[in-house]
Design a protein around this ligand. Structure first.
Ligand SMILES: C[S@@+](CC[C@H](N)C(=O)[O-])C[C@H]1O[C@@H](n2cnc3c(N)ncnc32)[C@H](O)[C@@H]1O
Length: 463
């Protein structure tokens, strides 16, 4: 390792900006197909789950939507169009006036928001705003969003797992840039990071969504895959790693830089995702679908390479410096020509996963209520305890005194009384007088012997 800064892995994972030939805007038809594949499910969710009457009553007929990890477009506009279309249709069918819609486009601060805003659809029927920052933390005020959408963004980790970036500087995954075909510690580290991120994401959104608000996530996942047997997933990253190693051998880049480069992307198992969701207290799962993976089919090698380049170029330049990507992706194209089977989608065992969650209302309420109730009971008990501390002996003496007064006044009449009720009361007063005297003596003894502090002083005052 040459110096500490070699260990620093860039935190900015944005896509290639602009609208040039290598830009994300020009090379994201795969992600676009994924949005199209989920369109019907997304619109169904909006139609079935959105409670427009409640919204119009509570928020001035304004619906706030966020697309998290929107990149530069145009896919985000298609997703938002799908959502607003469903909102309008539902309103029409209910004879309700269409609400106003405010859309927040979110991505990392270094995302090319200029390209995004320059290409906003001119005839859009919504207001638009940009929200920079990581969706793994809070981005919006509490209870301010009605619908959250995200597509092809949650595979990006908030950061590389610590095990790959600590002082040993990535030696754990030397020679590789991804977790496939790597020691199991590498996979475990990626998986742990993903779980932490996924939970942080849910926690932040739970605060930002209104009760019964909807969250629709479209993600790349694996299903029933054993990485030791199904070695296809990640082959593209393995080929890319071999190109980087070759370039290091030729002296074009530093070997140390190659050893510390890892792609901060993780494709979770559906079952692991669901495990977190099923135990989550804030969201309920409304719908979950593993969609077919036709959207990952690419027409030719050039498209395959361009799509990967648009996604990784900024990350690679941030790590290795500018000026290596042309050479790297030329070498990569040659390798893909040698092994075209890495584009074989069925072998990839890679899937699209669409899940719709709603922000739980009752649980949120109960959680808050049960906390309030617990606090209230604690306060009441503390007050009762406090009063008892001060008044226990005095109270018992006064009670005993009152019973004695009652007996002095009424006991002489007992032989002459016909009323059974009065006889019963006098008899009860006798018993209580006896008990109260014993109880008071017990209290005094207990307090005097129990401790030697403030309790004693109170008894002396009482006496
Ligand atoms: C593959 S693009 C998907 C863009 C768009 N949603 C689509 O479907 O075409 C992933 C986007 O997620 C963004 N992203 C990744 N991690 C993020 C984070 N922690 N916070 C916000 N955006 C993030 C990236 O910058 C990138 O623009």
């Amino acid at each position: 390792m040459e110096n500490e800064s070699d260990c620093v892995f860039p935190k900015s994972y944005v896509m290639k900006g602009g609208e040039g030939p290598h830009s994300y805007a020009q090379n994201s038809t795969g992600q676009k197909s994924a949005i199209e594949a989920a369109k019907h499910h997304l619109q169904n969710a909006v139609t079935k789950k959105f409670d427009f009457k409640a919204i119009s009553a509570s928020s001035n007929n304004l619906i706030c939507i966020a697309d998290l990890g929107c990149s530069t477009g145009p896919n985000t506009f298609i997703a938002i169009q799908n959502i607003t279309e469903a909102i309008q249709l539902k309103c029409q069918s209910q004879n309700q006036s269409a609400p106003e819609v405010l859309v927040f486009f979110n991505d990392q601060a270094s995302n090319d928001f200029n390209t995004l805003f320059q290409n906003l659809p001119p005839n859009r029927n919504y207001f638009a705003a940009g929200i920079p920052g990581s969706f793994y933390g809070r981005l919006f005020p509490k209870q301010s969003l009605h619908l959250v959408h995200t597509s092809a963004a949650l595979s990006w980790l908030s950061e590389l797992p610590k095990e790959l970036t600590d002082r040993s500087c990535g030696a754990l995954n030397k020679g590789r840039i991804f977790y496939t075909n790597a020691p199991s510690e590498v996979y475990d580290a990626y998986q742990r990071q993903f779980k932490m991120d996924w939970e942080a994401f849910l926690q932040a959104r739970a605060q930002e969504l209104v009760d019964n608000g909807i969250m629709a996530c479209l993600m790349n996942v694996v299903n029933d895959i054993d990485f030791k047997v199904d070695l296809y997933l990640g082959k593209d990253f393995e080929l890319l790693a071999s190109c980087l190693t070759d370039m290091a051998k030729s002296g074009l880049i530093q070997e140390e830089k190659v050893n510390t480069f890892n792609v901060p992307v993780f494709y979770p198992h559906v079952k692991d995702l669901m495990k977190v969701l099923e135990t989550n207290e804030d969201f309920s799962i409304e719908q979950s679908e593993v969609l077919d993976n036709n959207c990952f089919v690419v027409p030719n090698i050039e498209s395959f390479v361009s799509r990967l380049r648009a996604v990784l170029e900024v990350l690679i330049e941030n790590h290795f410096g500018v000026g290596i990507v042309d050479e790297l992706f030329e070498r990569f194209t040659d390798k893909v020509r040698e092994f075209p089977e890495i584009m074989d989608v069925p072998k990839l065992k890679f899937h699209l996963f669409f899940v719709v969650l709603t922000r739980k209302f009752i649980v949120a309420l109960l959680k808050a209520k049960s906390k309030e109730v617990r606090e209230m009971v604690t306060i009441i008990l503390e007050r009762v305890e406090h009063i008892w501390d001060i008044w226990n002996v005095r109270g018992a003496i006064m009670f005993s005194f009152l019973v004695q007064v009652f007996l002095v006044l009424f006991a002489p009449f007992r032989p002459r009384l016909d009323s059974l009720l009065l006889q019963f009361l006098i008899w009860t007063a006798y018993m209580l007088a006896n008990w109260a005297a014993n109880f008071t003596v017990g209290l005094i003894t207990n307090n005097a012997g129990g401790n030697n502090n403030g309790g004693n002083k109170k008894i002396l005052r009482a006496l």
